[in-house]
Design a protein around this ligand. Sequence first.
Ligand code: PSU
Ligand code: MN
Length: 301
Amino acid sequence: MIPITYSDEVAKTRAAGAPIVALESTIITHGMPFPQNVETARLVEDDIRTAGATPATIAVIKGKLHVGLEPDALDALGQAQDVAKLSRADMAACIATGGTGATTVAATMIAAHLAGIHVFATGGIGGVHRGAAHSFDISADLQELALTPVTVVGAGAKAILDLPKTFEVLETLGVPVIAYGQDWLPAFWSARSDISAPLRMDTPDAIAKAQQVRTAMGLAGGQLVANPIPQADEISSAVLDPIIEQALAEADAQNITAKAVTPFLLGRIFELTEGRSLTANIALVRNNARLAAQIAIAMTK
Ligand code: PSU
Ligand code: MN
């Protein structure tokens, strides 16, 4: 096993067998602008502590896999330029070559599992991009959910994606998609899409138990908990849809491809909504962190 560098807080929590929630770092380096990225990362960590669990933000720094970042490391990462965006394909190479990289959903799941952490909170997972029939752009996050036993709490998949195709692929891969407290899947910035939820659960205990049964059955993989953004914070799809269309058209015209697509779209939508998309994104991540903490607590019972 590779060595893992734990923060003091995470090391103590592990020793006590107390609940931990993993957090990704790509949302900090590629998903939000500075300084809101660092402010949000701190708020989210505090939300998890307030809810009674310990946050473990994950990143690769100078070739070391960190599970839990000390405050100065989090600050530095939030302002660093040229940080790699790591997924399953390139995380090991980054560690091997002494590089620095932020972990996406897929890479964070891998690291969380190595550290014995079962629950992870993010904004929204990657998925099948619109136009995937042409580009073949399907996030590695989807197959990771099929492989690695971590419960991921997100506001569904990001609404820049082709949501129906994303959920079709998750079904094909055998990934449980659980809407929290409603019969419809959320659509990231909006509390609901028009896609009905494959599964619905109303308590953190039920979600924790479902992951444990899955593992006990010898089924590989995790589950996606699709947690709707609080209604007070949502942006309606009537407002957002034309903006997403415009951002997608610009990405196409500028030939943005591969790993650059998601950061480009999030950045343009931030500009086109005059910051509203970021306010909503922050609200939904914090909401996901609070639910993830409750699930982590339920899993240790
Ligand atoms: N959630 C957010 N903002 C983000 C992400 C998630 O609210 O920026 C990141 C995650 O790290 C996710 C990545 O894994 O976007 C998806 O990237 P791609 O589409 O290139 O797989
Ligand atoms: Mn992609």
